[in-house]
Ligand binder design. Structure first.
Ligand code: PEP
Ligand code: MG
Length: 756
């Protein structure tokens, strides 16, 4: 009794092993490679006090102590500590400690250096309350030294700070005990920390920092670590930042920590291999799943073997109702019916209704699960009623994905066979974050459901880089404005146009151009009004021919082998300039009514002539100088000739990374078969973006992003560092992106200050 090996300890053993010991034991039992060691448990300390009679001496010394009298507090602390350290340990306790240390050395094959750490505990209380108040000794070697350091840890239960804390918090000193963890020290070649999930946003992005040598160099800030970000959903490394690590700390023969200068080629070397990252992430997932909460983990690699040295919960991530619901899904272990892409977060439960065209939308009642091949604008009324949406086709920027995010309805897209697997009337649970459809319903309280449906109004976070919002359907305007966004960075009018009764050219042919203008005006006004006086950048019509074909009057749309590269965007607006003019006239009505917050943005630009001709039409319609004028940068051509484009008098550009990525990488954004290749952070895409930002800065042209990547924290961090002026995110991501931007801006300022 008195000694517990780490692999015998469980998380509930806090009273015996202290929080630290219990935590390490729990990890080890769950096959996390924690360095070997043992705990001198809290019973040993109590026994020591009782057998030696120190218990009552200490109580006497503390009785009536005025902890506010610093001198007295320090004096008493010193006396108690000396008393403990000078009193012999009962023989049987000492023997057990020596024996355990010898066993540890035997297992490791040599006399090992150990860390001797205090782990204070009070019954029924997590150790966190006492964390950091007691001593830790590193690089301890030899039986005698271990015994001595254990006693020092015991005495550290009576540091002035620890005594003061207990009095302040109303603990009786006798209620508190202390365990001591004795654990092999890893003399690491590589070490670092990792957050199992993103520490700010809680996304499943594992953030790893790594250096050569001992981990203390990261904590003390002596070395800037490499940073690796691994996307646990897409299962790939999304970011590698290699820094220059001029020195490393290592332990010499005597157990002293020494600083070693690294040769320049080693200093610039990447610390972790892909394989090591994958292994670390595997442990990150095990640990996070085990604790059901993101963790901040310290790790080390010695002789090629990974060790987990420490794990604590990350406290910055707030648990939202959404997450609690998600956990319930996992706990109940519902059967998985389908997997696809998580396109709009949240959990939806209901009865399946499979529809194949907008003619069937009446089938979908409030709270049903809308299942279809791919949604169309005509399905929007049904999408609003749905508890969740599931589609066969599509990627993260397809119609279903964009609109469901805006409506706040959970959605899973690109499942390939939802319309086959799911049958009318089946009850299912849809997890729009993980992209999974489960069989059966989850019991969720009514009030939780309600909370989830609304976007809360947030207290404003002020950022120098503006954070705006994307809108596709005017009905979502109020909800989007409630996010506190700094304006609308993209209003896609085609969703509204495709939702009208007929094709724009058919209205025009039928002599109903005024009606068409009125409809446009009404829709746009809803958005411009909801955000006034914040700017709203309205993008002129950009729908591919295949989407128009389904409309009345769409029969004449050309059949294109590849509509994404076809007759769309500004190229079409200039050929059928009559509907372009109709849009401008609707906007002019608003401007004439006094709305000063309007901007016009041209889609799919790839030539200077397109901008020149569009500008001429805007001038002819009397809008030039009355609205902001900008272009989307979503073709590699526009990025490469940006210098010539900005000379045409544009006020702003906005990156359409959905298209820019597909055209740069030759990866169809709506094709789920190649979705794994679709990467907005591909160096080629990033290079184009950086080039455009730099040129625009030289010419005083504002830069923004409105592609889906503007809702991803890891991309936004990069763009803010590049100096982008604004970021436009989906309504559900605005709050998170604001926080990310605020944090990055602070980081940049801090880095600059440190350089001074
Ligand atoms: C883009 O291409 O990134 C963009 C915002 O436009 P859309 O998704 O409407 O093509
Ligand atoms: Mg686009």
């Amino acid at each position: 009794m008195g000694i517990l090996w780490l692999n015998e300890i469980m998380k509930d053993d806090v009273a015996l092993a202290g929080g630290k010991g219990a935590n390490l034991g729990e990890l080890m039992r769950n096959e996390i490679p924690v360095p070997n060691g043992f705990v001198v448990d809290s019973r040993s300390f109590i026994e020591f006090l009782e057998i030696t009679g120190l218990k009552y001496q200490i109580i006497d010394m503390l009785r009536g102590l005025d902890v506010e009298d610093t001198q007295k507090l320090q004096g008493t602390s010193k006396m108690i500590r000396e008393l403990i350290e000078s009193t012999e340990m009962p023989e049987h306790i000492e023997k057990e400690i020596r024996k355990a240390y010898r066993e540890l050395c035997k297992e490791e094959g040599e006399e090992v250096f150990v860390a001797v750490r205090s782990s204070a505990t009070a019954e029924d209380l997590p150790e966190a309350s006492f964390a950091g108040q007691q001593d830790t000794y590193l690089n301890v070697k030899g039986e005698d030294e271990v015994v001595e350091k254990v006693k020092k840890c015991w005495s550290s239960l009576y540091t002035p700070r620890a005594i003061y804390y207990r009095v302040q918090k109303g603990f009786r000193h006798e209620e508190v005990s202390i365990a001591v963890v004795v654990q092999k020290m890893v003399n690491s070649e590589k070490s670092g920390v990792m957050f199992t999930s993103h520490p700010v946003t809680g996304e499943k992005l594992c953030v790893i920092e790594a250096i050569f040598g001992l981990g203390e160099a990261i904590v003390s800030g002596k070395v800037s670590p490499d940073t690796y970000i691994y996307d646990r959903v897409k299962k790939r490394l999304v970011e590698v930042k290699v820094s220059e690590k001029n020195i490393m700390l290592t332990r010499n023969e005597k157990g002293e920590t020494v600083e070693v200068k690294l040769p320049p080629e080693k200093a610039k070397q990447r610390v972790l291999t892909d394989k090591e990252i994958e292994e670390l992430v595997k442990f990150a997932e095990l640990i996070e799943n085990h604790y059901n909460h993101p963790q901040d983990v310290e790790w080390a690699i010695e002789k090629g073997k990974i060790y987990i040295v420490q794990s604590r919960p990350v406290t910055t991530i707030k648990k939202e109702e959404k997450k609690e619901k998600k956990e319930k899904v996992e706990k109940e272990e519902l059967k998985i019916l389908l997997r696809g892409l998580g396109a709009s977060p949240g959990i939806g439960i209901g009865k399946v209704k499979v529809i194949f065209s907008e003619k069937e939308i009446d089938k979908v009642e409030k709270g049903d699960i809308l299942v279809t091949t791919m949604t169309t604008p005509d399905m929007v009324p049904a999408m609003k009623r749905a508890a969740a949406i599931v589609t066969d086709e599509g990627g993260l920027t397809c119609h279903a994905a964009i609109v469901s995010r805006e409506l706040g309805v959970p959605a899973v897209v690109g499942t390939k066979e939802a319309t086959k697997v799911l049958k009318d009337g089946m009850i299912v649970t849809v997890d729009g974050e993980k992209g999974i459809v489960y069989e059966g319903a989850l019991e969720i309280e009514e009030k939780e459901e309600k909370k989830e449906a609304a976007i809360p109004v947030f207290a404003d976070v002020i950022t120098a880089t503006e954070v705006k919002v994307n809108i596709s359907i005017p009905e979502a305007a109020e909800r989007a404005a409630a996010t506190g966004a700094d304006g609308v960075g993209l209003f896609r009018i085609e969703h509204m146009v495709l939702g009208l009764e007929k094709h724009p050219m058919k209205f025009i042919k039928d002599g109903e151009i005024d009606y068409y203008i009125q409809k446009l005006y009404e829709g746009i006004k809803k958005v411009v009004e909801a955000f006034y006086p914040k700017p709203v950048w309205i993008r002129t019509l950009d729908a591919p021919t295949d989407e128009f074909r389904a409309m009345e009057g769409g029969e004449d749309e050309p059949i294109e082998a590849n509509p994404m590269l076809g007759f769309r965007g500004i190229r079409r607006d200039l050929v059928e300039d009559i509907h372009f003019r109709a849009e401008l006239r609707a906007i002019k009505k608003l401007v004439d009514e006094g709305f000063t917050n309007v901007g016009i943005m041209l889609p799919m630009v790839s030539m200077v002539d397109e901008v020149r001709r569009a500008r001429k039409i805007i001038e002819e319609e009397g809008l030039w100088g009355k609205v902001e004028f900008g272009i989307m940068v979503e073709t590699p051509a526009s990025a490469l000739i940006i210098e010539d484009l900005v000379k045409e008098g544009i006020d702003f550009i906005s990156f359409g990374t959905n298209d820019l990525t597909q055209y740069t990488l030759a990866v169809d954004r709506n094709n789920e078969n190649v979705a794994y290749l679709y990467d907005e952070t591909h160096p080629a895409v990033m290079k184009l973006i950086e080039h455009v930002i730099n040129v625009c800065k030289e010419h005083g042209v504002k830069t923004s992003i409105c592609g889906q990547a503007g809702s991803y924290p890891h991309v936004v961090e990069k763009l803010v560092r590049m100096g982008i002026d604004s970021v436009s995110a989906n309504p559900d991501a605005v709050r998170r992106i604001k926080e990310v931007v605020a944090r990055v801006e602070k980081k940049i300022m801090l880095e600059k200050l440190r350089e001074l």
